[in-house]
Design a protein around this ligand. Structure first.
Ligand code: ZN
Length: 307
């Protein structure tokens, strides 16, 4: 068996983290320069050279991975110089994912946040895989689990963890909702309309459903998400869960948290629900490994997540 047999984004990231462990260098934030330099000494990159990331100036994309046409062993990573540092890190990790998982199939990759929305299935698939790789590499599940065990989840905790792991608040929020054992839902609003909703495993099992308004969905009356006078609520406010969710009995409470990005057009709502017994076993979703999670979990809204 070679190192790349049966390889997927999750396994590839875990293997790299194990290599860092073996060197005593798995510390946070994960050192992407080190990963890039180590790869050519591993079965994932033997015989290749990955150049130091450079500014992407010849295209408006977020990132690119390009093979040097004059020297086929050499690959270059290019990153939008205007992006925030944590976003640049995610993009570099994403391009390293293409290098490991996809470089034998094409000589160049141009990557945007919106690529996962592309109508071309193959393109969407490889973009999701590169995103999965980046999430698993930058936010190792075991390190995250340790840090959230028994903790009250709010945007203060998520913000602290985002800093420690060197990722965006949104990336960390998505990851925490994935790892929490509580019933939780992350909702992203873009210019007043729902862009995606991301339920935790427990929320899935108990079939939490957002109350529908119009199509596209708008924030619900009585919620902080609908209240323009509240920009940030990082601790959360308790309310009756069925303001948000049709699935919840009258006595179930929900804690709503809100984070608005500068300019106010993009809003993250984090909903932490009181526990409730599972309604029925839901087969899809959580028992598989961490690959394809972006796809599986966004079926509800029909949209994959942004980073
Ligand atoms: Zn890509």
């Amino acid at each position: 068996m070679t190192a790349t047999d049966d390889l997927n984004a999750f396994k590839a990231a875990v293997r790299i983290l194990n290599w860092l462990d073996a060197m005593g260098l798995r510390t946070l934030p994960i050192d992407l320069n080190l990963v890039r330099q180590v790869l050519p000494d591993t079965p994932f990159g033997r015989g290749s050279v990955i150049k130091e990331p450079a500014d992407l100036t010849w295209n408006a994309s977020e990132g690119a991975l390009v093979r040097n046409p004059e020297n086929e062993i050499e690959w270059g990573i290019f990153v939008n110089p205007k992006a925030r540092p944590e976003r640049r890190r995610f993009t570099i990790a994403h391009e390293l994912g293409h290098f490991i998982l996809h470089r034998t199939s094409q000589p160049s990759f141009l990557c945007d946040k919106e690529s996962v929305y592309s109508g071309i299935d193959n393109l969407k698939q490889i973009e999701r895989e590169a995103d999965d790789f980046a999430s698993n590499l930058l936010m190792p599940g075991d390190m995250l689990r340790d840090r959230i065990a028994g903790k009250r989840i709010d945007f203060h905790l998520i913000g602290d963890l985002a800093k420690e792991f060197g990722v965006s608040l949104e990336s960390m929020s998505i990851r925490i909702v994935k790892y929490t054992e509580q019933r939780a839902m992350l909702v992203y609003w873009d210019h007043g309309f729902l862009k995606y909703q991301w339920p935790s495993g427990e929320a899935r099992k108990t079939r939490v459903r957002l109350r529908k308004t119009s199509d596209p969905q708008e924030p619900l009356y009585g919620t902080l998400a609908a209240d323009d006078s509240v920009e940030q609520e990082w601790d959360g406010v308790d309310m009756t869960a069925n303001i948000w969710c049709t699935s919840e009995a009258n006595d179930i409470k929900i804690r709503e948290l809100k984070h608005s990005y500068p300019g106010g057009n993009r809003v993250l709502s984090l909903l932490m629900l009181e526990s409730a017994p599972p309604r029925q076993y839901v087969r899809s979703g959580w028992e598989d490994e961490e690959t394809h999670d972006t796809f599986d979990r966004f079926i509800d809204s029909g949209q994959p997540p942004v980073r």
